[in-house]
Design a protein around this ligand. Structure first.
Ligand SMILES: Cc1ncc(COP(=O)(O)O)c(C=O)c1O
Length: 378
């Protein structure tokens, strides 16, 4: 054991450990629209809306109207009418009574879960949930159990063992590193049986699963809070929860990441409104159709079903060093796909997380498929 009581020694040790385990990460600056830059197959801009003229124009108009920042938290002077308009549109889109926006999807997850947890509660969280959901569980200081991935029997066991508590089930709708989907209908029925609140993170649910709520705002009898982000499908930045008015009002009073953080910027709110108008238009349907087509073409090259439910296609390689090698292999062929390593994924499941977009051209998709074949045959 060395002496790690000084900052110099501690930083050297932690840095050395990360580097020797091949988990050291570096930033990769991207210059958009530059000749010879790689084609990005790692972004969450699934419909290509970050560069859509309507989305850009909507963000710019909001900045011109309201300024570049919102100036204060929502409870002080940060609530602009564009926030109210956005929340109304989001509630309509999700079929919920109300919606509340946060400055990111991360802060929505952390804020919602910690506001609704407590000593008297118990959370059941899927083992492949996104880090922001896990951090929400931890920050809520609520006891929680981790259910085996999408294993309804395990969910039922954990709920049953804690039935005297105020129960919460937390799951991604589409899992961010595997691109598979949660059995939402069955989970909702289970939640209804136990009186549990179902919190679903729909950050990656661009191709579904889609679902409607009943007139009481419930899903198969379960109280539900749907969390989303503007940073992926909507081409902007920010997060939201769509749920009952009662819960939204409570969050305004209890969600610390909402109360103690400056309100979503007008530009981001404007961008999200623009993104929403595109996806609700005929053009949105066309973009979604392109995305589905791209998924259908690429999925079989990775041994996935052609009706794979999301634009996230994992190429699991195992070792950290092999994931880095694979990423370089694709980059040498003009394709940028970042290596995903622990702690983002479990040890020995390092991977390339291939993310497709509606605006990838058929030539770009063809290049990707060829490179996948070449990598698998090497
Ligand atoms: C499933 C999931 N939830 C939440 C987030 C956080 O969203 P945001 O990037 O808006 O903070 C992400 C991604 O970063 C995610 O993949």
């Amino acid at each position: 054991m060395g002496d790690y009581s000084t900052w110099e020694n501690w930083i050297a040790k932690i840095t050395g450990d990360l580097k020797s385990s091949r988990r050291w990460r570096q930033l990769y600056p991207i210059s958009r629209n530059q000749m010879n830059s790689p084609v990005i197959f790692a972004s969450n801009d699934y419909l290509g809306l970050t560069s859509h003229p309507i989305v850009k124009k909507s963000a710019i108009s909001a900045i011109e109207k309201y300024g570049s920042g919102s100036g204060a938290s929502r409870l002080v002077t940060g609530t602009l009418d564009i926030h109210i308009e956005l929340e109304k549109r989001l509630a309509e889109w999700k079929g919920s009574q109300s919606a509340l926006v946060f400055s990111s999807g991360y802060s929505a997850n952390v804020g919602v879960i910690s506001a609704l947890g407590g000593d008297d509660a118990f959370i059941v969280s899927d083992e492949l949930n996104h880090a922001s959901l896990i951090d929400g569980c931890r920050l809520s200081r609520t006891n929680f159990g981790v259910a085996k991935h999408c294993d309804l029997g395990d969910y039922e066991r954990l709920l049953g063992e804690n039935r005297e508590k105020r129960l919460i089930v937390v799951t991604d709708s589409v899992f961010s590193m595997d691109g598979d989907i949660a059995p939402l209908e069955e989970l909702a029925k289970l939640c209804a049986g136990f009186g549990a609140l179902l919190i679903v993170d729909e950050a990656h649910a661009v191709m579904g699963p889609y679902f409607n709520l009943d007139s009481e705002g419930k899903y198969f009898g379960a109280k539900i809070a749907r969390i989303g982000t503007f940073s992926k499908t909507l081409g902007s930045l920010g997060g939201f929860v769509a749920t009952t008015s009662e819960i939204c009002d409570l969050l305004v009073n209890r969600a610390r990441s909402f109360i103690f953080s400056t309100a979503l910027s007008p530009g981001d709110a404007g961008g999200a409104l623009g993104g929403l108008s595109v996806i609700q238009s005929e053009e949105g349907e066309t973009l979604l159709g392109n995305l589905r087509k791209n998924v259908e073409v690429v999925a079989p090259y990775l041994g996935l079903k052609s009706n794979h439910p999301s634009p996230i296609l994992p190429l699991i390689v195992g070792e950290e060093s092999l994931a880095i090698e694979a990423s370089k292999f694709f980059l040498n062929r003009g394709l940028l796909i970042t290596a995903i390593r622990p702690p983002t994924v479990a040890p020995m499941t390092s991977r390339l997380r291939i993310a497709l977009s509606a605006i990838h051209t058929s030539r770009e998709i063809e290049l990707l498929c060829l490179a996948i074949e070449e990598w698998l045959d090497r």
